[in-house]
Design a protein around this ligand. Structure first.
Ligand SMILES: N[C@@H](CCC(=O)N[C@@H](CS)C(=O)NCC(=O)O)C(=O)O
Length: 212
């Protein structure tokens, strides 16, 4: 398999899953911040122009965080990355979807890719009125999401319960951006972040990413 990722991106969560599973993969580092994911060369592989992208040995391309994570978990059932209990599975998916869809794409997306959310009308474009309000809106979405996720993590070591599962990698990648942006993590999320960074697979990935 070929795994495409870029520093500072959400792809770290899938990278952690690959290391947790111990499956062989080729790592392809991309300059996502420099726009490499949007270039035609990469779009020929993934027309969405996004990482994480995982290309299987038969050449088929997998995209979207939840889909890749679920496929990795289901094809490696001995690793227990999806809880057997349906209620625990639901809890994990609920956190994963919210971390990806809301905290990341609605919240941090507005801080990192402000221009994508800026109103396109002439007044906003000329006076550049949009950027500050988009960032403020992003910050409010992040603050509200962190409170909700913190409440959901009360009394739980990991998103689905006591054991590490796929949803933990999504919560980890999205919450780790908060301190990087000067936004403090509430206590249950800070505890989850610490538990995640203590995992050997996470330490290995952070070393590959040049963070440790
Ligand atoms: N819906 C996608 C979102 C992936 C995404 O937004 N990836 C960002 C990095 S965190 C990206 O590749 N952006 C490309 C760019 O900024 O050019 C998923 O769930 O995987």
């Amino acid at each position: 398999m070929k795994f495409y990722w870029g520093p500072h991106t959400c792809a770290i969560g899938i990278h952690i899953l690959l290391e947790e599973i111990g499956t062989p993969y080729e790592s392809v580092k991309m300059d996502v911040a420099g726009g490499e994911a949007e270039q035609e060369l990469f779009k020929a592989i993934n027309p969405k122009g996004k990482v994480p992208t995982l290309v299987r040995d038969d050449g088929t391309v997998m995209t979207e965080y939840g889909a890749i994570a679920t496929w990795l978990a289901r094809t490696n059932p001995d690793k227990g990355l999806i809880p057997a209990d349906p209620e625990a599975e639901r809890r994990g998916i609920e956190v994963m979807d919210y971390a990806v869809g809301t905290l990341h794409l609605q919240g941090f997306g507005r801080l990192f890719k402000t221009e994508n959310y800026e109103p396109q009308d002439a007044l906003h474009q000329t006076l550049k009125l949009g950027q500050a309000s988009v960032k403020e809106q992003g910050r409010s979405i992040i603050d509200a999401a962190l409170i909700i996720l913190d409440q959901q993590m009360a009394g739980r070591a990991y998103v689905a319960g006591d054991a590490f599962t796929i949803g933990d990698t999504a919560l980890f990648y999205a919450t780790r951006w908060a301190p990087q942006q000067g936004i403090p993590l509430p206590p249950n999320l800070a505890g989850h972040y610490e538990r995640m960074t203590a995992r050997p697979a996470v330490a290995r990935v952070r070393a590959i990413w040049g963070e440790a």
